[in-house]
Design a protein around this ligand. Structure first.
Ligand SMILES: NC(=O)c1ccc[n+]([C@@H]2O[C@H](COP(=O)([O-])OP(=O)(O)OC[C@H]3O[C@@H](n4cnc5c(N)ncnc54)[C@H](O)[C@@H]3O)[C@@H](O)[C@H]2O)c1
Length: 434
């Protein structure tokens, strides 16, 4: 007994000194116990110092990951990694993957942010365990992100109570604050939780700031995605879903942007990082047989939306009666997608481990900026005070998703019209700030 306790203390101390060396903070679920430094952890401290990623091996792929080793999946007898050549032009004949129905442990990155917090709520609601990694950067008000994490904690408690305590809130949700490029943190997270499924949505988002600081975007989006793919293959994750963006279509002249298009002419560093994420995903599939789907989101809006994006800014400014800057003559058109539709698409994609795909998730039709502003005026009951500004470098004038691939492969069907989406978002805004 004494020997066991002593050995537990030794491993605990080893972990504490590891945390100390990397400046972590640990908060236990509901109790906010500060240990040291930088990680915020809703859950218990890891019991041992994690090995370096190159040596990492694990025995079970949490949430149904199956037996795992640090090596790439091999074709039986061939000695070579299994490989499915994705064919963007032939997706009509791609065999449709049946959804995995069991309970999962899903690692969701960026879940203090807008889209990933909604995705995490949906996963918790259906009974999955969610492990969050988010660095809580100050790209916008960190308080917004803390509130999003608080919502996840509330949901974990509610689901636990509903299930009669079969799963504790700690089993349903663990939150780590840190950079996905932090090897010590990511090794600890993968070793401790063994997620069978990864949904990598963390990124530096925003086109214009990427022009001012491209290296920041490369580190977060290109290195960050590569890191997530690397850990996923080392831990034999069953399916990785990565956020890409409609911005990869750049100045495409098509009426409907299709995944079959050549997208190698990005017009902003942000778009280039998102395209790079798609390419490195394909490489990981090619080399290691990792299942990975990149989802190209089209201007997502809705409750708790990103404060730097036009839908949120317009609703706030028009509600408050302050001036809005409209870039261009209002004829630019975007495929605005309501967040619930995107969440539905992301969850469908997590459940369907396609070998290697890129899929648009949009509404499937564009709305002119002037029409968009008109809808906000209607639902806020206020007239917009518009200042017309020149179009911005890096902005694309027109986006419109072809969602037929998402329909076929994921069973995705966007349901929320622009009018309904604006109505719901304004209602949320009034409830929150009114
Ligand atoms: N919102 C949209 O309209 C839209 C459109 C296309 C693509 N996307 C993509 O969808 C994803 C989610 O976007 P969002 O709008 O929710 O953005 P968001 O900024 O609200 O969320 C991103 C989160 O990632 C975190 N993060 C950033 N870098 C990190 C790092 N290195 N390590 C750990 N966490 C990090 C941030 O702190 C933030 O909470 C992003 O990948 C974005 O590029 C969004």
């Amino acid at each position: 007994m004494l020997a066991t306790l002593t050995s537990r203390w030794r491993t605990a101390l080893a972990f504490l000194s590891l945390l100390a060396s990397t400046n972590y903070i640990s908060f236990t679920f509901g109790k906010t116990t500060t240990i040291l430094g930088e990680i915020l952890l809703y859950g218990q401290a890891n019991s041992a110092a994690p090995p370096c990623p190159q040596n990492a091996t694990s025995a079970a792929g949490g949430g149904g990951g199956g037996a795992t080793t640090a090596t790439a999946p091999m074709l039986r007898g061939s000695g070579r990694p299994s490989y499915h050549e994705p064919s963007p032009h032939l997706w009509e004949s791609t065999p449709v993957v049946e959804p995995h129905a069991g309970r999962k442990t899903v690692l969701v990155t960026g879940a203090a942010g807008f889209i990933a917090s909604h995705v995490s709520l949906a996963l918790l609601e259906r009974g999955d365990s969610v492990v969050v990694v988010d660095e809580l950067n100050d790209y916008y008000d960190v308080e917004v992100k803390r509130n999003n994490l608080e919502l996840l904690r509330e949901k974990a408690r509610e689901v636990s109570e509903r299930g009669g305590g079969r799963s504790s809130p700690e089993e349903l949700l663990a939150v780590y604050v840190g950079d996905v490029n932090n090897a010590t943190l990511m090794t600890a997270v993968f070793e401790r939780h063994r997620p069978g499924w990864v949904c990598h949505l963390a990124a530096r988002a925003g086109v214009r700031p990427s022009i001012d600081d491209p290296l920041l975007y490369v580190r977060a989006n290109v290195a960050g995605t590569t890191n997530m793919l690397e850990y996923s293959r080392l831990h034999s994750v069953r399916n990785v879903v990565v956020a890409s963006s409609s911005s990869v279509y750049g100045e495409s002249g098509s009426t409907y942007f299709s995944e079959a298009e050549d997208v190698d002419r990005p017009v902003s560093p942000y778009a280039a990082t998102k395209r790079s994420g798609e390419l490195i995903s394909r490489t990981y599939h090619r080399l290691y047989g990792l299942n990975v789907t990149n989802l190209r989101f089209f201007t997502v809006y809705g409750p708790r939306g990103r404060p730097d994006m036009a839908p949120y800014k317009f609703i706030r400014s028009i509600s408050e009666g302050s001036r809005i800057d409209r870039y261009g003559d209002g004829s630019t058109s975007r495929d605005y997608t309501y967040v619930d539709d995107v969440v539905d698409g992301v969850v469908r994609s997590i459940d369907r481990p396609y070998p290697c795909e890129v899929v648009n998730l949009g509404k499937g039709s564009g709305t002119r900026l002037s029409e968009f502003i008109g809808l906000v005026e209607r639902y806020t009951g206020r007239a917009a005070n518009v200042r017309v500004m020149p179009e911005q470098p890096g902005d694309v004038p027109f986006t419109n998703a072809d969602v037929s691939k998402a329909r076929r492969l994921l069973g995705y069907e966007p349901r929320v019209t622009m009018e309904e989406g604006i109505r719901r978002t304004v209602a949320w805004y009034n409830e929150t700030f009114g």
